[in-house]
Design a protein around this ligand. Structure first.
Ligand SMILES: Cc1cc2nc3c(=O)[nH]c(=O)nc-3n(C[C@H](O)[C@H](O)[C@H](O)COP(=O)(O)O)c2cc1C
Length: 348
């Protein structure tokens, strides 16, 4: 990349002078009014159809940014190939006390302990039904804080009942570190129970499970077994980590770490999933993407689709089209005609 962009030199330094969650609210308020537009980059090389859904490019917005599905009609203007709304819980809930979102600029990272603040499935369902998005929409579901872990399956099912008519795919999020006990639902028994409960409502929607990068390998293998047994559409790797490896200094903040320090771990998980899963299992790679080269690497490791959150905060509004363009040019350099040719090539 050449000289510093206006975003790097002015906009980000200015935005970073304010409270991160306030800036997030301002950005969302502008987004839902259609305020931003980045010149699009399109190329047939980066298009694909997966589980019957057409993706114009493989880079999506990760869950947690548009939790309440407020700006679904506008994300295409920033170049995103798809968007995952949520996490949405059955009951509306305020999340954890503020402050709960922290920047670690020296490490290009964030720590958050938002705790699934969201308007609840009923309110979000109304918004989803009215939206006219130009890109595929995923809907990420979590457990309400007030619901006992033993009733988790019902909680997910009732959210899905309200939300299932709109959304191209659905995600069972059992990997946030910020809802007590949530990650124990990654165990085989509870996870199968949640999936079965969701399918009582409708069995045909593409269903994904999003995993934590802090799972031990045998536990990850259990999730893979569930994916096969329950015929999931795929897996999403990974959520944020409670570990603090790769930081220049431990900030001593409780919560999930995201951004550059997460890249190696989430890539290791993605690689493991690619090696262990049936080729029909769709893999979404998320964690630590900062550039198009990082997206390219995740696709080489086996991702069908990628998602980004933290890197977009650091990279700015022109980042996604630039990253898609970089993926396309790296494909040309390496002689890959399609994303299917590229996918998993690191393992061949
Ligand atoms: C502020 C913040 C809120 C998040 N909220 C959610 C969420 O509600 N549900 C979820 O599945 N992941 C959530 N995530 C995790 C991201 O979707 C993603 O998995 C993680 O940040 C790693 O990607 P990144 O390194 O590109 O940020 C959140 C991340 C951040 C930084």
């Amino acid at each position: 990349m050449g000289s510093m962009s206006l975003y790097d030199s002015v906009v980000r330094p200015l935005a970073f002078m304010f409270d991160p969650e306030k800036v997030h609210e301002w950005v969302m308020a502008m987004l839902e009014r259609g305020f931003f537009r980045a010149p699009a980059f399109t190329d047939p090389k980066v298009e694909q159809t997966l589980f019957g859904v057409k993706f114009l490019n493989p880079i999506g917005l990760a869950a947690g940014f548009d939790k309440n599905a407020r700006a679904l009609d506008y994300w295409d203007r920033l170049g995103f190939g798809f968007v995952e709304a949520g996490t949405i819980t059955y009951h509306p809930q305020p999340g954890n006390p503020k402050p709960r979102l922290f920047r670690l600029p020296a490490d290009k990272a964030l720590v958050n302990r938002m705790g699934f603040n969201n308007d609840g499935a009923r309110a979000v369902a109304t918004r989803l039904a009215m939206a006219k998005p130009k890109v595929p929409i995923g809907v990420n579901l979590g457990k309400s804080k007030i619901t006992e872990l033993s009733d988790a399956a019902k909680d997910y099912r009732e959210s899905f009942r309200l939300l299932h008519l709109n959304g191209d795919y659905f995600v069972v999020n059992v990997s946030s570190p910020n809802t007590p006990g949530l990650r124990t639902l990654q165990e085989k028994g509870p996870l199968l129970e949640i999936i079965a409960a969701i399918r009582e409502v409708e069995a045909d929607k593409p269903l994904f499970v999003k995993v934590a990068p802090d799972l031990e390998m045998p536990a990850l293998d259990d999730v893979i077994a569930v994916a096969h047994e329950a015929h999931l559409a795929g897996l999403i790797a990974t959520n944020t980590t409670i570990r603090r490896e790769g930081l220049s200094a431990d900030p001593g903040l409780e919560g999930g770490l995201s951004g550059a320090p997460l890249l190696a771990k989430s890539n290791q998980f993605l690689s493991h999933l690619y090696r262990s899963c049936d080729r029909s299992t769709i893999l979404m790679g998320v964690g630590g993407i900062m550039t198009g080269a990082d997206v390219y690497e995740k696709m080489r490791l086996g991702a069908h689709l990628c998602q980004i959150y933290t890197g977009w905060i650091y990279g700015g509004p022109y980042m996604i089209p630039a990253a898609v363009q970089q993926v396309a040019s790296l494909m040309s350099r390496d002689g890959f005609q399609t994303l299917a040719d590229l996918r998993g090539s690191a393992h061949r």
